[in-house]
Design a protein around this ligand. Structure first.
Ligand SMILES: CC(=O)SCCNC(=O)CCNC(=O)[C@H](O)C(C)(C)COP(=O)(O)OP(=O)(O)OC[C@H]1O[C@@H](n2cnc3c(N)ncnc32)[C@H](O)[C@@H]1OP(=O)(O)O
Length: 162
């Protein structure tokens, strides 16, 4: 497990692209992945092939989002996802975050990691107003804004208090 490098970005795109086609993950342009490379952790096998990815995006002083978490299909059920999520949580604590959001179909997997349906949990009105200034879709999903309803449909908005 290590931080991603720019040379990983095409591999990250290839690992997630079948999941994007299945509408499990949101599609990201290559330029967006390069811009976000510092957010990514990658897991690799003994030969240096990518077997899992995951990203942590900071949204506010205390609040972050787990994004684009995926294990290569032939590696699922072998602990890769849990290891990456543990690492992202440690990164979140190091950054001073105390709440982690995610939007997912994988409610059992995240539930076993201490995430729970966030229901109507939100932020105080002053912070809400500040977050509304963001153009980031993940922030809009956290706020449950109408403009991203097509992304949130069928997914569960989950949160973990660190
Ligand atoms: C915010 C978002 O990114 S949401 C999108 C989430 N990603 C997706 O839906 C993409 C498609 N799915 C995936 O890529 C994967 O299924 C993930 C990322 C959800 C899970 O990754 P995996 O590597 O398969 O999970 P992992 O193997 O760690 O855990 C699954 C089960 O495998 C079992 N397992 C087998 N070996 C091990 C091991 N060595 N260590 C831990 N768990 C293990 C456990 O029983 C675990 O069950 P648990 O969740 O009850 O603990």
């Amino acid at each position: 497990m290590r931080r991603a490098r720019t040379s990983d970005v095409r591999g990250i795109r290839d690992l997630i692209s079948p999941l994007v086609d299945q509408r499990i993950l949101l599609g990201k342009e290559l330029v967006t992945l390069f811009e976000a490379v510092q957010e990514f952790r990658v897991a690799e096998d003994d030969n240096g092939h990518l077997i899992g990815v995951g990203a942590l995006h900071v949204m506010w002083e205390d609040l972050g989002e787990v994004r684009t978490l995926a294990a290569a299909s032939e590696w699922r059920g072998r602990g890769v996802g849990h290891a990456i999520l543990d690492r992202l949580e440690a990164d979140a604590r190091d950054l001073g975050l105390s709440r982690l959001f995610c939007l997912t179909f994988e409610t059992e997997f995240f539930g076993r990691h201490g995430f729970a349906d966030m229901g109507s949990e939100t932020v105080d009105p002053a912070v809400f107003a500040e977050l509304l200034r963001s153009t980031d879709d993940g922030v809009a999903e956290f706020l449950d804004l109408a403009r991203v309803k097509q992304n949130t449909l069928g997914n569960t908005r989950m949160i973990k208090h660190l």
